[in-house]
Design a protein around this ligand. Sequence first.
Ligand code: ADP
Length: 158
Amino acid sequence: SNELKIAVGAMEIADKVVKDVMTKIEDVFMLPDTTILNAKTVMEIVKMGYTRIPVYQYGDKNNVTDMLFVKDLALLDPDDNFTVKTVCGYHKHPVKFVMNDTPLPHLLEAFKKGEGHLAMVKRLINTDDGHDPSYELVGVVTLEDIVEEILQAEINDE
Ligand code: ADP
């Protein structure tokens, strides 16, 4: 039954972590904060079909500073030629981060508490030399990725 499937799927995510279900960074549609929002770029952004777009500081893809929501573009006058940075500065959607080895049940709890159901995934870079740890972005994860994982559980019922 579907109910059994969902129950089994929910138990199965207990053993999984964020990196098992995230969208890898090379497949993430992101924008530099310097992007000018004119008729052409707005159309390109809308065509991608995503609801939320991570925005990075120009020249440093590892430094995501804002989230652009596609719905924020609806009231924009393309002739104003605002930059992504200006529009993001107006809306100030918070950027959430999660470590790549976070268990999925923890992330599910965090998503249930908050409103923004998307997090940037970061990985700790090993520094053997005793210096401060540094991080690199490795992907994005959304509530949808967890739900997908729950629903794809396979049951061997013989
Ligand atoms: P959307 O509403 O944009 O479709 P969902 O939360 O429904 O986003 O997620 C659907 C899939 O798209 C998930 O696998 C998620 O990781 C991925 N995703 C979400 N935003 C982006 C983005 N900006 N670039 C690439 N993949 C994304």
